[in-house]
Design a protein around this ligand. Structure first.
Ligand code: DX5
Ligand code: ZN
Length: 222
């Protein structure tokens, strides 16, 4: 693919016309759609689930749906989200053993995501070290470094996470995407790209822009 990729985040779309808004962001140059699932436990908010994934898939048959699960029990959704049409399935390292008592086994979950036909991804929050994903890097199609505390769109980019991006880029295979999420817009994307990020999520910057094509081009660095 042409790198870096830009993923408009459906969380910032108009939920009453989500597929139309998402289609508009793809027509404006977005490469794939980022879909934020929140369970009200891992983060305080609720957002969307399998119904929204299925609805986006129905109306956008060719879109790549990149699903980011901010949930305590990601393993409960592998089958349902694959069935709904998710292409990638990314879960947080913080809900895995040994960091969470009774947490999920990350290796088992990665295998089940692949068996279901999706690309596995792991996510780390701003304070979480690279060591929490390091044992799994060879099995992952993407690693997502959060550049805000997850749970809401429209927050300010945290540049200190770029240290982790630089380290991850040296450790990842060239075919594994390094993704960043939170506070990305034309003004913050260049530092992320310079740190080796090749998949940039942007919610409020894209959907709030008067000119979405120019905004996406600015994030891409084109
Ligand atoms: C935050 C979500 C993000 C969100 C980013 O918890 O994971 O994907 O949509 O929104 P912006 O780009 O507005 O920071
Ligand atoms: Zn996200």
């Amino acid at each position: 693919p042409r790198l870096p990729l830009v993923a408009p985040s459906v969380l910032a779309a108009d939920f009453g016309r989500a597929a139309g808004d998402a289609a508009d962001a793809l027509a404006a140059g977005g490469d794939l759609l980022h879909v934020d699932v929140m369970d009200g436990h891992f983060v305080p908010n609720l957002s969307m689930g399998g119904g929204m994934i299925a609805g986006l898939r129905k109306h956008l048959p060719d879109a790549f749906l990149d699903v980011h699960l901010m949930v305590e029990r990601p393993h409960d959704y592998v089958g349902a989200f694959a069935e709904a049409g998710a292409n990638s399935f990314s879960f947080h390292a913080e809900v895995c053993r040994p960091h969470r008592v009774h947490g999920v086994d990350a290796g088992d979950l990665i295998a089940s995501i692949r068996d279901a036909g999706m690309t596995p991804g792991m996510v780390i929050n701003p304070p979480t070290p690279v060591s929490w994903v390091a044992p799994y890097l060879d099995g992952l199609g993407l690693v997502l470094v959060m550049s805000v505390f997850p749970g809401a769109g429209g927050q300010s980019f945290m540049p200190e996470v770029l240290t982790k991006c630089r380290e991850l880029r040296t450790r990842l295979r060239p075919t594994t995407r390094l993704q960043i999420d939170g506070g990305i817009g034309p003004g913050t994307a260049s530092a992320a790209r310079d740190a080796g990020v090749d998949l940039l999520v942007a919610g409020s910057a894209v959907f709030g822009a008067a000119d979405r094509a120019a905004t996406i081009a600015g994030i891409r660095g084109a």
